[in-house]
Design a protein around this ligand. Structure first.
Ligand code: BES
Ligand code: MN
Ligand code: ZN
Length: 485
C-alpha cells in the first residue's frame, strides 16, 4: 500500500500527478471543490475548458488525463468523474478509479475537498495491484499519496482508520489472489499466524490431530479428499475492557473442485476464491485490533480443500458434527455449510453477544442479487443492523428472509438434518436456513453470502480491482464499531 499523508490544501503542488474531481452538472462538467489550486497553478489556461475539450462529462468511472506541458510543477492532471450525487461512496469510487491508472507514478496528490476517510480509502484500495507472480516486477511503484486536508484531529483520525481498514482489505485481496497450489489450509493458517504474531493478537491453529480430538467431523470430512489436510484457526482480539463479545466465522475452502460431485470446468475456474469469507473475518479481526476497538472479537476459521479422491467424503455419507449432531451429505459440492456448521458450533461455545458469519456459499446468491450485492440472512434485527452498517461504509448489502418452510425441507430420513434440499429454488436462503440451525438459540446472528462480491471476474470498477475484492471486511468492521458508544 502507498504511504498516505495529509498536507495543507495551499501547498505548492509537486507530485507526478494531481487528482481533481469533476461533477456531472446539469449543464455540463463542473470542477469539484478543491480543484481551484490546480486551476490557479495553470495560470491563464482554463482547466474546465481543457476538460471540456477532452470530452470529460464527470461520469462515474470516467478518468481524463491532461498533461500540463510545463505550465506547472506537476506534469499531469487526472480528472475523475464524481457523477451527479457526490456522497462518500462516489468519492471513494472516483479516487479509486483515478488511482487504478496511476500505478507507474511515484507520487500522487489528491486535490478534492471531501471526507478524508473516503479519499484515503479510495486511494489505498484503488492503488492495489497483485504482482507477486510476475517474473518481471513493475519498474516503478506508487510510493506516496498526499491528500489536501486541514490536518485537524478529525482528519487525522479518519486517515488512521482508513489506513487500518485498507491494510486489512489489501491483505484479504492478496490471500484470495494467491493461487491454490501455494495457498492451502496449512499455508493459509501460517500466513494468518504471521500477521497475528506481528500485530499482537493471540492465535491457535488446530491441525488434523487436534481436529479429531475436538470432534470437528465436518471439517475432517470435507478435507478428507485432499492431500493437504484441513486446519481450524482461532484468532482473538481481546481489549482490556470490552463492551461486547462478537464471534466471527468465515468459510475457508482454499479450492472448491466440488469434490466427487465435481464441478464443470467453467464453474471451477474461480474457486480459489472460496476462502474469501475466511480471509474477510481474519482481515476484520486484524483491523479491529489495529483500531483498538473495545469489543472482544473471536474469529473461528475452518480451512479445507474440497477435492475428489479415494479418500474423499461421499454424497449420502452421514457425518457427526462438533457437538454431536449428524448430517447427511446431499452433495459434496455443498461443502461450505458443513465446515461452517462445525465452526459455528465452536464459536457459540464462547457464548458471544453477536455472531457474524460470511462465506462464498452459493451460486444462487449471484442469481438472486448479482455479482456486487452481499446477501444478508439471520436474526432480523442484527441482520438489518449489519446490513445498514455495511451500506453506510459503501458496501452493498441486502437483507433477505429465511422462509419458515425451508427448514423442514432439510429433514433427512437417516440423519438429524440434510445438507441440501432436493430442489434449487431459493438456494441462497436454504444455505442460510442450514447454518441458522447450528446457531445456539438467543444469539443474534447474521450470514453474509459473498459468493459474487468476493471475487471480481469482470472489469475493474471504482476502487475494485479484478480478482479478490476484500468484500465484507468493511461491513464487519463497521458493524462491530457500531456496538461501541
Ligand atoms: N463455493 C460454491 C459457491 C460459489 C459459486 C461461490 C459461485 C462463488 C461463485 C459452493 O461451495 C457451491 O459449490 N455451491 C453450490 C451449491 C449446490 C451444490 C447446492 C452451488 O452454488 O452450485
Ligand atoms: Mn462447493
Ligand atoms: Zn464452496
Amino acid at each position: 500500500m502507498p504511504k498516505l499523508s495529509l498536507v495543507a490544501p495551499s501547498t505548492t503542488l509537486t507530485a507526478d500527478a494531481v487528482v481533481i474531481g469533476v461533477v456531472q452538472g446539469a449543464k455540463g462538467p463542473e470542477l469539484a471543490a478543491g480543484a481551484e489550486v490546480v486551476d490557479d497553478a495553470l495560470g491563464d489556461v482554463s482547466l474546465l475548458e481543457a476538460l471540456d475539450a477532452a470530452g470529460a462529462k464527470g461520469k462515474p468511472d470516467e478518468v481524463t488525463k491532461i498533461p500540463t506541458l510545463g505550465l506547472a510543477k506537476f506534469p499531469l492532471v487526472v480528472a475523475t468523474g464524481l457523477g451527479t450525487v457526490v456522497d462518500d461512496e462516489a468519492v471513494r469510487r472516483a479516487v479509486g478509479a483515478a488511482l487504478r491508472g496511476l500505478g507507474g507514478k511515484r507520487t500522487v496528490h489528491i486535490a478534492i475537498d471531501a471526507s478524508v476517510s473516503a479519499l484515503a480509502e479510495g486511494a489505498a484500495l484503488g492503488a492495489y495491484s497483485f504482482t507477486e507472480y510476475k517474473s518481471t516486477p513493475p519498474p516503478t511503484r506508487l510510493r506516496t499519496v498526499t491528500i489536501a486536508a486541514t490536518n485537524e484531529k478529525q482528519d487525522r483520525d479518519e486517515l488512521r482508520r482508513a489506513i487500518a481498514v485498507s491494510d486489512a482489505v489489501t491483505f484479504v485481496r492478496d490471500l484470495v489472489n494467491t493461487p491454490p497450489n501455494d495457498l492451502y489450509p496449512a499455508t493459509f493458517a501460517e500466513r494468518v499466524e504471521e500477521r497475528a504474531t506481528t500485530n499482537g493478537l493471540s492465535i491457535e491453529v488446530f491441525d488434523e490431530r487436534m481436529l479429531k480430538r475436538g470432534k470437528f467431523g465436518a471439517i475432517l470430512a470435507v478435507g478428507s479428499g485432499s492431500a493437504r489436510p484441513p486446519r481450524l484457526v482461532r484468532l482473538t482480539h481481546k481489549p482490556a475492557k470490552p463492551v461486547a463479545r462478537v464471534a466471527l466465522v468465515g468459510k475457508g475452502i482454499t479450492f472448491d473442485s466440488g469434490g466427487l460431485n465435481i464441478k464443470p470446468g467453467a464453474g471451477m475456474a474461480s474457486m480459489k476464491s472460496d476462502m474469501g469469507g475466511a480471509a474477510a473475518v481474519v482481515g476484520a479481526t486484524l483491523a479491529c485490533a489495529a483500531l483498538k476497538i473495545p469489543v472482544e472479537v473471536i474469529a473461528t476459521v475452518p480451512m479445507a480443500e474440497n477435492m475428489p479422491s479415494g479418500g474423499a467424503y461421499r454424497p449420502s455419507d452421514v457425518i457427526t458434527m462438533r457437538g454431536g449432531r449428524t448430517v447427511e451429505v446431499s452433495d459434496t459440492d455443498a461443502e461450505g455449510r458443513l465446515v461452517l456448521a462445525d465452526a459455528i458450533v465452536r464459536a457459540c461455545e464462547d457464548d458471544p453477544d453477536y455472531l457474524i458469519e460470511t462465506s462464498t456459499l452459493t451460486g444462487a446468491q449471484l442469481v438472486a442479487l448479482g455479482s456486487r450485492m452481499i446477501g444478508a440472512m439471520g436474526e432480523d434485527d442484527w441482520r438489518d443492523r449489519v446490513a445498514a452498517a455495511g451500506n453506510s461504509v459503501g458496501e452493498l448489502v441486502w437483507s433477505m428472509p429465511i422462509p419458515e418452510e425451508l427448514r423442514p425441507a432439510l429433514d433427512s430420513p437417516v440423519a438429524d438434518i440434510a445438507s441440501l434440499t432436493g430442489d434449487r429454488w431459493g438456494g441462497m436462503l436454504v444455505g442460510g436456513a442450514f447454518l441458522g440451525d447450528f446457531v445456539v438459540d438467543g444469539i443474534p446472528w447474521v450470514h453474509l453470502d459473498i459468493a459474487g462480491p468476493a471475487f471480481n471476474t469482470k472489469k475493474p470498477f471504482g476502487y475494485t480491482p479484478k480478482g479478490g475484492t476484500g468484500a465484507a471486511v468493511r461491513t464487519i468492521v463497521a458493524a462491530i464499531s457500531s456496538l461501541v458508544g
